[in-house]
Design a protein around this ligand. Sequence first.
Ligand SMILES: [Fe+2]
Length: 342
Amino acid sequence: MEEWILVVDDDSNNLKTASHILLKNQMRASCVHSGAEALRFLEGGRTPDLILLDIHMPEMDGFETLARIRSNEKTVHIPVVFLTADEDAGSETRGLEAGAVDFIKKPFVPEVLMTRVRRIVELARLRDNLADQVREKTAEVIAQQEKLKRLNVQIVMTLSSTVDAKDKYTNGHAMRVAEYSKEIAKRAGLSDEKAESIYLIGLLHDVGKIGIPDSIINKESELDDEEYELTKQHPELGWHILQNIPEFPELAIGAHWHHERFDGKGYPDGIAGMDIPEEARIIAVADSYDAMTSRRSYRDVLPQKVAREEIEKGIGTQFDPVYAKIMLQMIDEDKDYHMRQK
Ligand SMILES: [Fe+2]
């Protein structure tokens, strides 16, 4: 690709010499006589590969011109080299501080001019390529991460629906518990990220039921003591299954302790209060609510008023008061009783 250089100098002889050297070396040169003219030229949307800029010019000098070039995001990346007749080290320091990449002394020595111009254009090109590559790679990584996130949700949903399918009465239970839990988390002021992860934890809270015989899960009549003890094993079964996902330990936590009670009378460990992990305390409320508002073999969906009373009764005993009160608020807002198994 042919390099294109903008030369800015109030001295026509300098412009002529510079453009002659550049042209001789197969570079394109555009020449302007003042800083103002240079800015107008750049405003036209054309971006040269390099600007050779005289320091001493009437009206707008090189420093001011450079400052304007640097303050415009369209031109900020164009490398600028000062042209100076000065032996003055002060101008060089000031110029470098203002963002010039190099100096070329006048009168021009063709080899010096060309070596510097080539080197700077090459460096700028490498920098731009690198920036493009970083942008490209970053976009790829982000797309990959998003894909993995979606895959994660899809796998959790699939696993959850296999458990749900086992129970012909509570179809959709896990999904509803996940939704209520996420809403409670959001209303409690937890972060969006946390609320999303509570949704997934909710989806898998009953995954241990996969290890309970279908005959017990779908039994039409009430369970006897032995059968009841067997179903009570599902939190620990779930915990064991989800131990296989150490990347997301909260999944196992939700499954393990969602049947604990705030007063310590729950199972499997009888832990109480804040010893019960937050995720499990949230899911416990959502789970109980959905158990009441979905059909069973022996009864229909309970009236909203009954479910509300049970949640209220459980404040501080069965449930963490904070999350139970949020559930009550959600019930009260649900005027047409949508939050139930349809
Ligand atoms: Fe459960």
